[in-house]
Design a protein around this ligand. Sequence first.
Ligand code: ACM
Ligand code: ZN
Length: 644
Amino acid sequence: MLKNETNGLYSFNHIRSLILLITLPLLSSIKISEDVKPVNSETGKVYFIPQPESVKIGVGYFSLVPTTKIFLPEKFIDDLGPYIKEKIKNDAGLNVHVAEWNKTTSSNYIRFDITDDPSIAKEGYALKISSKEINIKATTYAGFFNAFQTLRQTIDGDTKQLASKSIHIPCMEVTDKPRFEWRGLMLDVSRHFQSKEFVKKQIDIISSYKTNKFHWHLSDDQGWRVEIKKYPNLTIKGAWRANRTGIHWWDREFRKPEEATTIGGFYTQDDIKEVVEYARIRNVEVIPEIDIPGHSKALIASYPFLTCRKDVLFEVSTGGRSPNNALCAGKETTYEFINDVLSELTELFPSKYIHIGGDECNKNDWAKCEHCTKTVKEHGLKDLNELQSHFISRINKQIISRGKTLIGWDEILDGKGAPKAIIMAWRRNRYSPEVDAPRAGYKTIQASYLHSYINNHQGPVDLEPEAPRGIIPLKKVYQYEPIPEGLTKEEAKLIMGSQVCLWGEFTPTSDIGELMLYPRVLANAEVGWTDPSLKNWTRFQHGVEMNFKRLDRDRVIYSRSMYNPFISFAADSLELVAKVHFFTDSDLHNVRFTKNGSEPTVGSTKYTGVFNAELNAVIKAAIFDEKGNKLGQTVTRTLSPPKK
Ligand code: ACM
Ligand code: ZN
């Protein structure tokens, strides 16, 4: 029996009968469904991230035990088999057996079964869990992979699970498909190098939330990160910079002559192949980005002939200041060089896409360069923006000739644009590439710097690690709508999806990198997958809390900033009192506060709305759950009168 529930919240009946549990061995012939271990043993509810298209919870449960058989189609067994075994061991503590379908098996199995059912979308699936068996139907590898992620999320992340011999999975029927084909994460490993192991770990985690694109920002002014056999200097010199650790990113001095270059790193071609293969198993396409013609200081430092000038600093940037960082757009040698690099990238990355950056190119050197100005004249170009589109269109031809598609940041629309390219729309406010690009007929990936740049703070700034000034809390990422208003239906079809971007200026360690990624990556996963009518911030927060347990289990660092309230206040006109307001995205729990500088406890006043406090009072606030656990940190604000 199946029942439909509303609002994306699903509960299933469970009566905890101690007597039944104790007498279980004696009553083995009686079907007992009362000891169902709910996915969330606290609330008895199951929450998915991303929320599937349809979930119908049934009665009873399937017992996952060491003898449960996993049946896979022959063509997927080598790729998916070891992965599934590893994850069931990791999540449930069970060593299960994987094999091809065996008709004689009558119960307690999980069967992945290829179907040609046209109602199942490319990355979609149908998952049916009954007390006897679990059946998964999909048309593609991606569909099976995604179905398995949903199945994994029916298992509580609590590590107590790992000691039990049988895991109870509630009966249910799920049908599902993604809203968008592009559900991405961009990781900048140029500003701070991150190890191959770190990259693989993130691919493993993001894929468990059905994120399927890993955009790898492999070059920028502060480091070139991929071995190119034809141009070894790119990694001998271009991957390393002088150490300015501890000095603010924007205040860093350039490298001095003879100074050692000790900060950096790069991936060998074997490393890249290993990551790409690891990602393939996880239904993640790895898209390399080399950022040209701007952001190219590491290239220029390695091969000075690539710049317009002979008199610039040929050093990898140590921090934010990166003058003269554009490749010469006039010299033939620039195009030959990039063509060679693209040849090796094409071999390394099976993705159909190559991202060539194209953003924020400072064109000052072009204006003074004999080669660039000659090119402008010869090709009748109107201005330097058209020289940029001339550059991009030549690179575009090189990419198309390799059967690939160019992706560029939205600046590639400047000048004459880049026909057939895909636009990654990051700018907003003065610019509107999110609508301009699809209106001009370009396929577009939304990567809004206002909603999706997760290098920004995620809570009250005092408690956050160093970051750019903006604040993009979890809810802001969650509420992002990738299809902007005003597009026609046809134009809206050109929106491929959305991605969050982690720029690396302020992620000097892998721990800080992870802290910035999670849980905001989960919010984007739902933005990319779930139909907007099924999105629900309250349900999603429950899901995040459930997934914190999984992230703990898998030793992933994540931020709890969603539990840090923002405090704002306004002094009244006589400046005798202040009106204080707390802002929190967390609507599952209460904010409690004090007005005398003392530490808030679960017994402190509950915030219910704007309140008065004396000027100069020290307000402290924190979020507590019902049991009295403090969920985040204490936020402090002194109500100082405004400066006259
Ligand atoms: C960008 O943020 N410059 C793409
Ligand atoms: Zn030039």
